[in-house]
Design a protein around this ligand. Structure first.
Ligand SMILES: Cc1c2[nH]c(c1CCC(=O)O)Cc1[nH]c(c(CCC(=O)O)c1C)Cc1[nH]c(c(CCC(=O)O)c1C)Cc1[nH]c(c(C)c1CCC(=O)O)C2
Length: 342
């Protein structure tokens, strides 16, 4: 029997939607915090195949999700291209910046990324052996634009100002970076698939800050190129695209990129997304992650609302964004029981 996630990705409408959760292995789980403490810091955990496999499996043991997502980070690719990367506790990621041609010229390309990323492929191989047979293994990478926003600013930003500034001031350099990341993402995801990833997801967390023609050129077009090349290399590989906060940009995203599924954040209602996006194919989402903190009747009502809105087409239940560290693990169970039990 084909796995439920793969059936939904193939366009099937299921009586109960399969479910997984962005950041399902994360700091809201005490067992994650324990393994992370054992690893030392976050990056050491990402590059330790044994421990990264363990944290990927933790939420499956606790909840029985229908998918596992590789434990890694979207910023490992820039690191593999030669950027310095570190995490400041309580603040987030820091990278050496790329704002000049000289910075760009220092980046590597091609096969060299695999030297750094080989432990990640080992985690994928471990998982593909150890996952329960009904569970789908999802690999992932950041989308070029989102990864570029971190590389240009050297950190996370509220409005992606530095990336927009570079785009305005030195478009050829900005576009060269997007191209380099597009190429690197294809190579990175290809190795994940060879190692056993059954689906890949492209996280474009900051797609919503690209407007008009910029959205088409730097969110949609890279997603189209990556999807097309991966499907040429691996016929039938399902692709999930997540152009977060795309708003009206979600409309037609399946057709324009060739992605099998479009993940929806919670800045749009599920009813709107069913009418405008699910008509084009499978959707994933879109319960607000704040319900994992607050729980109660609101969680149950809004979970039912998402299931109901998407019930007439292919749907993978998920949050609209990653679960946060202050979430209560019991609320996750309540969400799953509500999705599966009605
Ligand atoms: C922008 C972005 C990043 N990483 C990611 C994105 C895109 C998705 C999104 O918007 O959430 C994607 C990501 N990050 C992580 C995963 C693993 C798979 C999953 O469970 O979804 C995935 C898919 C693990 C992680 N990535 C990170 C954690 C927390 C690390 C820890 O244990 O301290 C996890 C579990 C760290 C991280 N990594 C990044 C940030 C901004 C942070 C937060 C820093 C902080 O909160 O201290 C970059």
């Amino acid at each position: 029997m084909t796995k439920t996630i793969l059936r939904a990705l193939a366009g099937e409408t299921l009586p109960v939607p399969p479910i997984w959760m962005m950041r399902q292995a994360g700091r809201y789980l005490p067992e994650y915090k324990a393994t992370r403490a054992e690893a030392g810091d976050f990056l050491s955990l990402c590059y330790n195949p044994e421990l990264a496999t363990e944290v990927t499996l933790q939420p499956l043991r606790r909840y029985g999700f229908d998918a596992a997502i590789l434990f890694a980070d979207i910023l490992l690719l820039p690191q593999a291209l030669g950027a310095d990367l570190w995490f400041v506790t309580g603040e987030g990621p820091r990278l050496s910046t790329v704002t000049t041609q000289a910075d760009f010229d220092k980046l590597g390309r091609g096969e060299m990324i695999h030297d750094t990323l080989s432990p990640i492929y080992q985690t994928v191989r471990n998982l593909s052996k150890r996952l329960p047979e009904n569970v789908t293994l999802i690999g992932f990478a950041g989308a070029p634009w989102t990864v570029a926003t971190y590389m240009i600013a050297g950190q996370g930003t509220k409005d992606q100002g530095p990336a927009h500034a570079l785009k305005a001031e030195n478009r050829p350099l900005f576009e060269a970076l997007i191209e380099r990341l597009t190429e690197g993402t294809i190579d990175y995801l290809s190795e994940q698939v060879k190692a056993g990833a059954e689906v890949v997801k492209i996280f474009d967390s900051w797609a919503g800050s690209l407007k008009g023609e910029d959205f088409r050129r730097y969110a949609l077009e890279p997603a189209r190129i990556i999807t097309k090349e991966l499907k040429a290399r691996f016929p039938g590989l399902p692709v999930i695209a997540f152009p977060r906060e795309a708003g009206e940009g979600y409309i037609g995203f399946h057709e324009a990129t060739g992605a099998d599924c479009v993940a929806i954040d919670n800045s749009v209602t599920p009813e709107w997304a069913a009418e405008h996006v699910q008509v084009s194919g499978c959707v994933q989402g879109n319960l607000a992650s704040s319900h994992m903190v607050t729980g109660g009747e609101d969680l149950v009502r809004e979970t039912r609302r998402v299931v109901e809105a998407f019930r007439n087409g292919p749907h993978i239940f998920n949050l609209g964004h990653g679960i946060t560290p202050d979430a209560d693990p019991e609320n996750v169970q309540l969400m799953i029981d509500t999705v599966r039990g009605g």
